[in-house]
Write a protein that binds this ligand. Structure first.
Ligand code: HEM
Length: 418
């Protein structure tokens, strides 16, 4: 509770001028209401299941695009940019969940989303030195953010208008996307804090911002770790092919049976917390003692989830090693989970501000990884040894890979309709 609010930095004041979403809202009624909407309506397990058809279609596009890049390459097979394919799959899957797959100006919309992540990253200087006028004057980030925000608002308004028209025309039989849900709730009314258009826009942008890059980064690291650890790759692949034997493609029905694949993702989340410092918190009390330190009211508090996940004091001498087996029944860390009760493992945060998108993120990652492992065998280009794979991290709000992951793919289970 003393750290359940977020700081109002220069960046955030700028980015949220005409509407506040959930991720950066200060603790209070506005946040409480949107948070409840996220947990009970937008990102609940039931809602995530209801969006499954769209996810499966995007996973089918992912495997088709691997095949397409193989067939367009001259023999011997050219490597495939797995990072780029994963980023496209995840963005498409999240965008489809949030606003559906039939939006006009789709390309411009996707481009702006991508730009948003870069704009946000450019802000760090002014936020870390908030009192430095120099930092703000020279960063140029505020100006870029305003321009980006204007363009995003224009595109969002178009998407909202399309949705409204479709609803008014009674096209209600389709799968409801998350924007449909918000518009329905807005129309029904009865909320203490009304859902105005600025708030709806901000929530939608939050869902993209919080959901795409994080999920894509984690999935890219999972593939990279599997390439570094051939025994784990073989084990995960054998499991997928055993569970799906005789099937033509991966369906979500199979996901609960892919126990080892789930542990691969869990171990990836431990070593590669996608948001290494979580989202900033602020101390709401006059002072608060934490581990022997007095944290003054108003201080920004950053939690280093990345370091916590690699701490040998919690994880043992092999803390830096990728070993999904540590979570297996009977393994050293069998019961430890990332859902906010085990403080040595907090890639999604903990407490009131814990990520509400865990179920959606996991569904997208499990389906994508299972699809890549089911249809293809993977090798490092040019017969490189696993330990030669570059595992460097780039700089930014998320801990993404510094270099793209290029791999050679061989089709093992044919991809239907390609
Ligand atoms: C692997 C995937 C993901 C990771 C690692 C991740 C991580 C995080 C982290 C670290 C936070 C901050 C928690 C804190 O302050 O304690 C957060 C917040 C949030 N995440 Fe996620 N996230 C992921 C996927 C998603 C998805 C798919 C969505 C929805 C589309 C989502 C929506 C949100 C929202 C709305 C918040 C703000 C919550 C609040 O402030 O109350 N996340 N996430």
């Amino acid at each position: 509770m003393p750290f359940a609010t977020r700081p109002r930095t220069a960046t955030l004041r700028e980015l949220t001028r005409d509407g506040l979403g959930v991720a950066f809202a200060p603790h209070g009624e506005h946040w409480r209401q949107l948070r409840k909407l996220c947990v009970t309506e937008l990102l609940s397990a039931r809602r995530v299941r209801s969006l499954r058809r769209g996810r499966e279609a995007e996973a089918a596009n992912l495997v088709a695009s691997v095949v397409a890049s193989l067939s367009s390459a001259p023999a011997p097979p050219k490597p495939v940019n797995v990072s780029a394919l994963i980023a496209t799959y995840v963005t498409d899957a999240i965008v489809r969940a949030v606003v559906g797959d039939r939006i006009r100006d789709r390309d411009a919309f996707m481009e702006k989303l991508d730009e948003g992540v870069k704009v946000a990253a450019g802000f760090s200087l002014a936020d870390v030195f908030p009192s430095s006028r120099l930092a703000r004057a020279f960063s140029g980030a505020a100006r870029r953010a305003r321009a980006h925000h204007r363009e995003m608002t224009r595109l969002m308004d178009g998407v909202i208008e399309e949705h409204r028209k479709r609803r008014a025309a009674g096209a209600g039989n389709d799968e409801e996307d998350l924007l449909d849900v918000l518009l329905r709730i807005q129309k029904d009314g009865g909320l203490q804090v009304p859902l105005d258009i600025g708030t709806i826009r901000a929530v939608i942008i939050d869902l993209f911002g919080a959901g795409s890059e994080t999920t894509a980064t984690t999935l890219q690291w999972a593939m990279a770790e599997l390439m570094r650890h051939p025994a784990a790759l073989r084990k995960a692949q054998a499991e997928v092919r055993r569970v799906l034997a005789g099937e033509r493609r991966v369906s979500e029905d199979a996901l609960p049976e892919l126990r080892y694949l789930q542990l691969v993702l869990k171990e990836t989340l431990r070593l590669h917390a996608a948001v290494p410092l979580l989202l900033p918190r602020e101390c709401q009390e006059e002072t608060r003692g934490v581990l022997g330190y007095d944290v003054p009211g108003g201080a920004m508090v950053l939690v280093n989830a990345w370091a916590i996940g690699r701490d040998a004091a919690s994880w043992g001498p092999d803390a830096e090693e990728f070993r999904p087996e540590r979570f297996e029944d009977g393994g050293a860390m069998a019961g430890v989970d990332f859902r906010g009760t085990d403080f040595e493992f907090v890639p999604f945060g903990a407490g009131r501000r814990i990520c509400p998108g865990i179920a959606l993120g996991l569904a997208v990652m499990e389906l994508g990884l299972a699809s890549l492992l089911f249809h293809f065998d993977w090798e490092l280009p040019g017969g490189a040894a696993p330990e030669e794979l570059d595992m460097a991290e780039g700089l930014g709000i998320t801990a993404r890979r510094k270099s793209d992951l290029w791999l050679q793919a061989t089709v093992r289970v044919p991809v239907p309709n390609v």
